[in-house]
Design a protein around this ligand. Structure first.
Ligand SMILES: NC(=[NH2+])NCCC[C@H](N)C(=O)O
Ligand SMILES: [Mn+2]
Ligand SMILES: [Mn+2]
Length: 298
C-alpha cells in the first residue's frame, strides 16, 4: 500500500503578508487526511516543521527578508523530507509560503540522479537578490534550486545545484519579472504560460510535460502554488494574478499526473486563510491533492 507522509510547514517569512503560516491548518481542516484515507492509502500526519524565528539579520549585507529564519526552517524541512523518502514514504508538504520549496527540493533531489520539477504557478519564482523587486524569498526558490542566489540558500542540504534547468517545466505563468524572463531564455527552461495553456489545452500541456520529463528524470516533484489557479477559484493567496488556471483544468492536470505514476513528491503552497473566502482555497487544495493520489468519481 502506498504510504504518504504529510509534513506541515507553517512558514510566512518568505513574503510580506501574514496568514500564510495558517495554510497547513486550513488544508487539514478541509479534510485532507480523511479524504486520502478513503483512497486506501496509508497516511501519516507527521505534524509541523519547527519554524525558526528571531534569528536576527546575521547576514547584514543582503536585502533578502528574514534570510536567517528561512535558512534554518528550510534546513529542518530538508532533513524531514529526506527522512520520509528514506522510509519509503511519499512526502506531501503543506505550505506555508513558496520559499519552503528550497527545503523540499534539497531533501528530495539527493535521492534521484535527475529530479524533474513541475512548477505549477502564476510566477516563475526565479528571482535572485539582484533581480528581485521585493526581497521576498518566496519569489526565489526555483532559482535557488538551480544554484543561483545567496550561497547560504543555494547550499542548504550541503550540495548544489538540486536540479537542472532542462528538467523543469513551469505551468500557468502569467507574471514574470524582467530578470526571470532573461533567466528562462538563457537557461532554456520549458514554460507553458497561460498563452500556451489556452492554445493547447491542459490535456496536451500535461501530456507534453510528462513526455519531456519522463525521458530524462528518475522522479518528478510537483510544486503547486495555489496562485497558479485563478483568484476566482482560489482567492486565499498573497500574490493573486488574474487570468489563471481554473480549478477544473487543474483537476484534470492532477488526474493525469496521478495516472502517469511519475510523481514522487509534492507540495501545495501559499494558502492564506486570512485572505480566503470560507476556506475555499484550502478546499481546492484538498480536491487537487485527492486527485493527485487517485481519487476518481467512477
Ligand atoms: N511564490 C510566490 N507567490 N511568488 C510571488 C513572487 C512575486 C514576485 N515575482 C517577487 O519576486 O516578489
Ligand atoms: Mn505564485
Ligand atoms: Mn510560487
Amino acid at each position: 500500500m502506498k504510504k504518504i507522509s504529510i509534513i506541515g510547514v507553517p512558514m510566512d517569512l518568505g513574503q510580506n503578508r501574514r496568514g500564510v503560516d495558517m495554510g497547513p491548518s486550513a488544508i487539514r481542516y478541509a479534510g485532507l487526511e480523511k479524504r486520502l484515507k478513503s483512497l486506501d492509502l496509508e497516511v501519516i500526519d507527521t505534524g509541523d516543521i519547527e519554524i525558526s524565528r528571531d534569528h536576527g539579520q546575521i547576514k547584514k549585507e543582503t536585502n533578502l527578508k528574514n534570510l536567517n529564519e528561512v535558512i534554518v526552517t528550510n534546513d529542518n524541512l530538508n532533513n524531514k523530507v529526506s527522512e520520509v523518502i528514506s522510509e519509503g514514504s511519499f512526502p506531501l508538504v503543506l505550505g506555508g509560503d513558496h520559499s519552503i520549496a528550497i527545503g523540499t527540493l534539497a531533501g528530495a533531489a539527493k535521492h534521484y540522479d535527475n529530479l524533474g520539477v513541475i512548477w505549477y504557478d502564476a510566477h516563475g519564482d526565479l528571482n535572485t537578490a539582484d533581480t528581485s523587486p521585493s526581497g521576498n524569498i518566496h519569489g526565489m526558490p526555483l532559482a535557488v534550486s538551480l544554484g543561483l542566489g545567496h550561497e547560504d540558500l543555494v547550499n542548504i542540504g550541503g550540495y548544489a545545484p538540486k536540479i537542472k534547468p532542462e528538467n523543469i517545466v513551469i505551468i500557468g505563468a502569467r507574471s514574470l519579472d524582467k530578470g526571470e524572463r532573461e533567466l528562462i531564455k538563457e537557461k532554456g527552461i520549458k514554460v507553458y504560460t497561460m498563452h500556451e495553456v489556452d492554445k493547447l489545452g491542459m490535456s496536451t500541456v500535461i501530456k507534453e510535460t510528462l513526455d519531456y520529463l519522463s525521458k530524462k528524470t528518475e522522479g518528478v516533484h510537483l510544486s503547486l502554488d495555489l496562485d497558479g489557479l485563478d483568484p476566482e477559484d482560489c482567492p486565499g493567496v498573497g500574490t493573486p494574478v488574474m487570468g489563471g488556471l481554473s480549478y477544473r483544468e487543474s483537476h484534470l492536470a492532477m488526474e493525469m499526473l496521478s495516472d502517469s505514476g511519475l510523481i514522487t513528491s509534492a507540495e501545495f503552497v501559499e494558502v492564506n486563510p486570512i485572505l480566503d473566502e470560507k476556506n475555499k482555497t484550502a478546499e481546492a487544495a484538498v480536491g487537487l491533492i485527492a486527485s493527485l493520489f487517485g481519487e476518481k468519481l467512477l
